[in-house]
Design a protein. Structure first.
Length: 189
């Protein structure tokens, strides 16, 4: 379960290399770490374990800047308890973004409860993220400007949020997916 069986296109959201059987697989500066994160409306959970040192830490949250809290706490706890340091995970726009062909990514991506509409405005990708999960009053749509980091990797931020990776991936059958928050949505239009 702790062996890498599938690489993930999104190596930035949680900093993992890929997946074992249920576990996210990490390399923290040469130290093997396993974990799993989860999120739902208003709640986030984080679990990391360093099998070689017998240390595991779980964090359950229900509001605030949960990713920032997790990174601060885990950095301090794992350094003290396991003698290892979490990698610096700053993901932000490059000083000089590369020029990429954005046209293949324009369209609508849909997964259960979420629709993402990617358009072009003045040569830049814009992503509108809408939740339609059956709540009587869903949150307002989020509009995110996407800045290229690499050919299929972009970074964006909503007002008051940290930078987040948005990854487009084309499978061998030609289908295009958008990965945001570690979840994949196929292009439907």
């Amino acid at each position: 379960m702790q062996r890498l069986t599938a690489e993930t296109p999104d190596k930035w959201t949680s900093g993992n290399e890929g997946w074992g059987l249920g576990w996210m697989i990490y390399d923290w500066n040469g130290v093997s770490v396993i974990g799993h994160d989860g999120a739902t409306i208003g709640q986030n959970g984080y679990l990391r374990a360093v099998p070689g040192s017998g240390v595991a830490v779980a964090l359950l949250t229900n509001g605030g800047s949960t990713d920032l809290l997790q990174s601060i706490l885990f950095r301090e706890l794992f350094e003290e308890l396991a003698g290892t340091r979490t990698p610096d995970a700053a993901f932000e726009p490059p000083t000089k973004p590369p020029i990429v062909d954005i046209m293949p990514f324009i369209g609508t991506y849909k997964r259960e409860g979420v629709v993402m509409t990617v358009t072009e405005r003045n040569g830049t990708l814009r992503l509108v993220y809408e939740i339609f999960d059956g709540r009587q009053a869903p949150p307002p749509p989020l509009e995110i400007e996407l800045i290229p980091v690499a050919e299929e990797v972009f970074v964006g931020a909503c007002s008051g949020q940290d930078w987040i990776p948005v990854i487009f991936s084309t499978l061998s059958d030609g289908s295009v997916y958008c990965y945001m928050g570690m979840r994949a949505a196929p292009k439907i239009v």
